[in-house]
Write a protein that binds this ligand. Structure first.
Ligand SMILES: *Cc1c(COP(=O)(O)O)cnc(C)c1O
Length: 367
C-alpha cells in the first residue's frame, strides 16, 4: 500500500479543504426533515431563483445538450464586451469566478513567489495560492475590512498577486474607489491586483464604480465578476475576468477548453440582458438587509454592516448556535475557518425566510 500523502508536495498536504454551505438535501437526510421546510441562508445565493427569460433560454438550449459547448464562448463574450464596453480579448470565462481566480494563481504564482490577501477575506484566495506552492502573506484586517494601505505595504520583491474582495465575503465590508485607486497607484506594476467584485450588483448606485475604466490605466488589474449571485445562476457555474489582453491571453492558455457549459453560456447571455431582474434582486436584498439588521438589533446582537447579500452577526458561540439553528431547519454559515468563531454569516433571503431565521435565532440564543 502506498502512502498517497508522501507522494504529494508539502504545500498540497497543508491545504484545508473549502467548506461549502450545507446542502438542503443533506440536512433533510440527517434530520429526517422535508426539504421544503428547510430554509437555506448559507451560500449567498439569489433567493428569487432565476428569471423567466433565463429559464426560457436554458430550455431552448437543452436541445443541443449532446454537443460540446462553444469553447470560445463567442456569444457570451460578445454580450459581455457590449455590456462592459471592453474588447472580447480582455475577457476570460470561468466555471464560476472561482475558476478564473484559480487561473490567476496558476498563471502568475509558483514556489518562490508570494501573494498578499487580507485576514477574513474570501477563502478561495489562500486555497489558490497554496495549491501552486506560493507563499501566503495574510495582512491583518482593519474593522473587519481590508486594510489597503497595509496590504500595499506588505508587497515584497517576490510578490506577484494581491487579492481584494469588494465587497468582501464573509464580512460584507466595502472599499471605496478612492482607496482602491490609491492602492493601484502604489503597488508596482509587476503585481497583479485581483479585484473580486462578486457582489457588485448589490451596491447602491452611488457606490457602484465602473472599475472596468481603470483597466486602461492599470494593465496589472484583473476584475472578476460572477453570475452566481445577483444573476441567480450559482448552479450553472459561470464567472469571468476582465483584464489587459496580454493577461487574458495567458489565462486563456491555461483555461480548460470547455470550462463553461452550454446551458450556462445561454443562461448568462439572457441574464445579462434582464436588468429588471437584477434591480428586483437588489430591492429584495435591500429590504431583507434592513429587516435582518433591525432583527439583530432587537436581539441585542452586534453585526458587521454589509454591502453584499449576506451579513455576519456576532452570536457568541458560533458553532453551538449554528447547530441549534440546524435543528430548527435553518442553515446558515459558520465562519470559524475565517477566524471569526463568534460570528455566523447569514445570507439574505426573501421576507418569509428572513423572518424564519430571526425567530429561529431568538430560540437558539435562549436555548
Ligand atoms: C460567491 C463569491 C464568488 C463567486 O463564486 P462563483 O465561483 O462565481 O460561484 C467570488 N468571490 C467571492 C468573494 C464570493 O463570495
Amino acid at each position: 500500500m502506498i502512502d498517497a500523502c508522501e507522494l504529494t508536495p508539502s504545500y498540497v498536504r497543508a491545504i484545508a479543504p473549502y467548506q461549502p454551505g450545507k446542502p438542503t438535501s443533506e440536512l433533510a437526510r440527517e434530520m429526517g426533515m422535508e426539504e421544503s421546510g428547510i430554509v437555506k441562508l448559507a451560500s449567498n445565493e439569489n433567493p428569487l431563483g432565476v428569471s423567466r427569460a433565463v429559464r426560457q433560454a436554458i430550455e431552448a438550449q437543452l436541445r443541443d445538450v449532446a454537443r460540446y459547448p462553444d469553447g470560445s464562448g463567442f456569444e457570451l463574450k460578445q454580450a459581455l464586451a457590449r455590456h462592459y464596453a471592453v474588447q472580447t480579448d480582455q475577457i476570460v470565462l470561468g466555471n464560476g469566478s472561482n475558476d478564473v481566480l484559480e487561473l490567476v494563481a496558476r498563471v502568475f504564482l509558483a514556489p518562490g513567489t508570494s501573494s498578499v490577501f487580507s485576514q477574513h477575506a474570501f477563502a478561495v484566495y489562500p486555497l489558490a495560492i497554496q495549491a501552486v506552492g506560493a507563499t501566503l502573506i495574510q495582512v491583518p484586517a482593519k474593522n473587519h475590512g481590508h486594510d489597503l494601505a497595509a496590504m500595499a505595504q506588505a508587497v515584497r520583491e517576490d510578490t506577484r498577486v494581491l487579492w481584494i474582495a469588494n465587497p468582501n465575503n464573509p464580512t460584507g465590508t466595502f472599499c471605496d474607489a478612492q482607496a482602491l485607486l490609491a492602492l493601484l497607484e502604489r503597488v508596482p506594476p509587476r503585481v497583479i491586483v485581483v479585484l473580486d467584485e462578486a457582489y457588485n450588483e448589490y451596491l447602491p448606485d452611488a457606490l457602484r464604480e465602473d472599475t472596468t475604466r481603470w483597466l486602461v490605466r492599470f494593465p496589472n488589474l484583473v476584475i472578476t465578476r460572477t453570475f452566481s449571485k445577483a444573476y441567480g445562476l450559482a448552479g450553472l457555474r459561470v464567472g469571468f475576468a476582465l483584464a489587459h489582453p496580454d493577461v487574458a491571453d495567458l489565462m486563456n492558455r491555461l483555461r480548460q477548453p470547455f470550462n463553461v457549459g452550454s446551458l450556462g453560456q445561454a443562461a448568462a447571455v439572457a441574464a445579462l440582458q434582464d436588468e429588471a431582474f437584477v434591480r428586483e434582486s437588489r430591492a429584495v436584498n435591500d429590504a431583507g438587509l434592513r429587516l435582518l439588521s433591525e432583527g439583530f438589533r432587537r436581539l441585542g446582537l452586534e453585526f458587521i454592516p454589509s454591502f453584499g447579500n449576506f451579513v455576519s452577526v456576532r452570536v457568541g458561540q458560533g458553532a453551538a448556535v449554528y447547530q441549534r439553528l440546524l435543528r430548527q431547519g435553518v442553515i446558515v454559515r459558520p465562519v470559524v475557518a475565517y477566524g471569526m468563531p463568534e460570528f455566523l454569516r447569514v445570507s439574505v433571503g426573501v421576507h418569509g425566510e428572513n423572518e424564519r431565521l430571526l425567530a429561529a435565532l431568538q430560540a437558539a440564543l435562549h436555548a
